[in-house]
Design a protein around this ligand. Structure first.
Ligand code: FAD
Length: 398
């Protein structure tokens, strides 16, 4: 039986960062993971280039039952701290959108930095290791695994959320939390594409591959970002962001012409060019194929507008058309679920967790960090920043 100061379960973003931090504190650290490779999600992230932080990350970018919980960790280890670390390793990066930093070349470079940090800090990483039980053992914890039994003064659970089971995701962290009497919220797939009812699937799938800038509202969330039509449904940053606010049965309110008051423009256009038709006007504002399809759907659903001049359309008809453009009410059938979701909304309730070191208040030999907690970021590098910030807070105090 081997004894460590800290055993970290999960060799993902948070687990590796915590291992390096604790190792540099002079702790004897072991990281265990059931997968055959560390950091699989890092490699998949950001389209293979990992959006590793967002310089503007702050508490308002996170969803949680306790929105204040993330504040101190994010303040203590900021995006600039992480940037300073990767720059020290010579990582080339690009700012794709304001604040959103990606590896210039490949996410492999970021994972290599974390692995190097773990090596320099003397942290041991064991892959292909199944955890069979976790129990209290005196002042510490005992971890039984497929490769033997280990004890440690502290066990850190960094097993992430449920998204993408093929990358090693499990509900293990939630099971452990429940085993030790902690509450776990309901969890659901977030930052995930929407699926469509058969009517909309039939209409939209011929447009698959087409993207346009929209403003989408779901619940209290509103985002102006690109939307992508896929052969399965709706994706792209706008839809991924909206999915975090969406509840089943709720329609999305999609503005296909953000910043344009379609009704006012159509009235003015009719005044100036009564003989013009809708099609060309719409074709100047939206991708041609989408514009054409929208006119066809209007013909089918609300009475013909194609081949009619604007003068032939009543105010009520123009208003109806404008509403379809500025407030397209689309009810998704659902989401693609865990198979493609980037994150898990919800998780281990933070009330029982110390904001200082992420240990369980009544059981300081157990801690939870990263996505397994009920702290979920928006799209844009926030989820990795949460992994880094929570990991460092924990690692410094192991
Ligand atoms: P993870 O990185 O998921 O690590 C958990 C680790 O625990 C894994 O190695 C897993 O194998 C291991 N594990 C799980 N169960 C067990 C078990 N029972 N026993 C042993 N080990 C176990 N976020 C961003 O900020 N920017 C992005 O660009 C971005 N892109 C993404 C793209 C995709 C496709 C996905 C899926 C996610 C993306 N995310 C992104 C989210 C981000 O990857 C996660 O929020 C982040 O990885 C969470 O870190 P974590 O360490 O908490 O969990």
């Amino acid at each position: 039986m081997a004894t460590y100061d800290v055993i970290i379960i999960g060799a993902g973003a948070a687990g590796l960062m915590c291992a390096a931090t604790a190792g540099y504190q002079g702790k004897r650290v072991l990281v265990l993971d059931h997968a055959n490779k560390a950091g699989k999600k890092i490699l998949m992230s950001g389209g293979g280039r990992c959006n590793f932080t967002n310089l503007d990350a702050g508490p308002s970018n996170f969803f949680s039952r306790n929105p204040h919980f993330c504040i101190s960790a994010l303040k203590r280890y900021t995006p600039h701290h992480f940037l300073e670390l990767v720059e020290r390793h010579g990582l080339e990066h690009v700012e794709k959108k304001p604040g959103q930093l990606f590896c210039a070349d490949s996410a492999k470079d970021l994972l290599a930095i974390l692995m190097t940090e773990c090596e320099w800090a003397g942290a041991e990483i064991r892959l292909n290791t199944r955890i069979t039980s976790l129990e209290r053992a005196g002042e510490g914890m005992r971890v039984e695994t497929s490769n033997g039994t280990h004890t440690a003064g502290r066990v850190v659970v960094a097993t992430g959320g449920m998204s993408i089971p093929t990358l090693g995701a499990t509900g293990f962290g939630y099971d452990i939390a429940r085993q030790f009497g902690l509450e776990v919220t309901e969890t659901y797939a977030a930052l995930v594409p929407f699926t469509l009812t058969s009517q909309w699937k039939e209409r939209l799938s011929p447009l698959s591959g087409l993207a346009c800038d929209v403003s989408v509202t779901a619940g209290k969330g509103q985002y102006r970002e690109p939307m992508l039509i896929t052969h399965r449904g709706l994706s792209g940053p706008a839809m991924l962001q909206a999915s975090s606010w969406w509840t089943p049965g709720q329609p999305l309110d999609i503005d296909l012409l953000p910043g344009v008051d379609a009704y006012a423009e159509l009235l003015a256009l009719r005044e100036q060019h009564p003989k013009r038709q809708i099609g060309p006007w719409l074709g100047e504002r939206l991708p041609k194929r989408l514009a054409q399809s929208l006119v066809e759907w209007q013909d089918a659903d609300a009475g013909r507008i194609s081949e009619r001049s604007l003068a032939e359309l009543s105010n009520a008809r123009l208003e109806q058309l404008a509403k379809a453009l500025n407030h397209w009410q689309l009810k998704p059938a659902g989401t693609e679920g865990w198979r493609t979701a980037e994150v898990t909304m919800g998780g281990v309730v933070t009330d029982a967790i110390s904001q200082k070191d992420f240990s369980v208040r009544d059981l300081p030999q157990l801690a939870f960090i990263g996505e397994v907690l009920d702290v979920t970021g928006e799209l844009g590098g926030y989820n990795f920043q949460w992994a880094w910030s929570s990991a460092v807070a924990c690692g410094l105090n192991c």
